[in-house]
Design a binder for this molecule. Structure first.
Ligand SMILES: Nc1nc2c(ncn2[C@@H]2O[C@H](COP(=O)(O)OP(=O)(O)OP(=O)(O)O)[C@@H](O)[C@H]2O)c(=O)[nH]1
Ligand SMILES: [Mg+2]
Length: 280
């Protein structure tokens, strides 16, 4: 008897067969609660939980193909501001004092587990040198997150972030990317100078509709917290797009129940008896 697999069974079987091939993500890549912002003065979303639809979908393992998706992050900014160092600190936990200019582009894939769902970021490091700008800009398209970087110890690099952002936005649909403004080398500034520069940066971030973070690749300060926030926001947006794309119907992968979404309300057979979710 020929058994025809439904699409959901096929995805579920594919996921299950792949699962044991992929090593578990490291503990510091497991995000179960919505990560905090850096400063309420320049923050994209003030909330402590993932969206209710996302919470329910991930609790019921109705996440479609989000777990197989790779969300693109591009990192742009002047040469020498610390883009590569920031990415290396997060992805490899290393810091190199010696400057090696990036030629063209490079990328790292970082795996997370968010609210129990596997999720991947593809982080594109670009060259700040003018002569490589045209190569780098070819990689801006399809960015779900744009990170514009400046050096807290070199205020001129803050002025240039607007142009970097404009170049990156030109390659993407309006409103399709989260924008972050990141001040690096926080270990080199302190006291009144740091506060003054941060105030300027927060003003810039609000004009750019970006979320602001100060970090140090040298000490690691705020680096993990920053990328967790990036991953959580991108994950939630991917999930909501997935729910929307599937036209308000997410079919359970495996042996669960249908989740049916009428408008914004969510009906599941046991949704009323649903205890508060522990996944996020
Ligand atoms: N003190 C300190 N130095 C840093 C920090 N981040 C980067 N640096 C130094 O700044 C220099 C430039 O860092 P990179 O990460 O290579 O800069 P980049 O933005 O990638 O430069 P391009 O690839 O040319 O665009 C290196 O010598 C780093 O060691 C930091 O957080 N603190
Ligand atoms: Mg570099």
């Amino acid at each position: 008897m020929v058994s025809c697999l439904t699409e959901t069974d096929w995805i579920w079987r594919m996921k299950s067969s792949l699962m044991h091939l992929i090593p578990p993500v490291s503990r510091d890549r497991i995000i179960s609660h919505f990560p905090k912002w850096y400063t309420p003065e320049a923050c994209l979303q003030f909330k402590d939980h993932f969206h209710a639809l996302v919470r329910s979908a991930c609790q019921q393992h109705n996440t479609g193909t989000v777990g197989l998706k790779i969300s693109k992050v591009v990192v742009v900014g002047d040469l020498y501001v610390g883009k590569t160092s920031l990415i290396n600190r997060f992805c490899k936990d290393i810091f190199d004092r010696d400057y090696k200019a990036t030629i063209g582009v490079d990328f790292e894939i970082e795996r997370f587990e968010i609210a129990g769902v596997p999720y991947n970021l593809q982080i594109w490091d670009t060259a700040g040198q003018e002569k490589f700008k045209c190569i780098a800009s070819a990689y801006y398209r399809g960015a779900e997150v744009i990170i514009t970087v400046f050096d807290l110890a070199d205020i001129q690099t803050l002025d240039h972030t607007k142009q970097w952002l404009e170049d990156a936005l030109r390659e993407n649909e309006p409103g399709s990317s989260f924008i972050f403004l990141v001040g690096t080398k926080k270990d080199l500034v302190s006291g009144a100078a740091c506060e003054r520069t941060e105030l300027d940066a927060i003003r810039f971030a609000n004009e750019m509709k970006a979320e602001y973070w100060s970090v140090s690749a040298k000490t690691g300060e705020n680096v993990k917290e920053f990328f967790s926030r990036v991953a959580a926001l991108a994950f939630e947006q991917s999930m909501l797009k997935e729910l929307e794309k599937s036209n308000g119907r997410m079919v359970q992968i495996g042996a669960g129940n249908l989740i049916k979404i009428e408008g914004n309300s969510l009906e599941t057979p046991e949704s009323n008896s649903q205890a508060s979710l522990n996944c996020c």
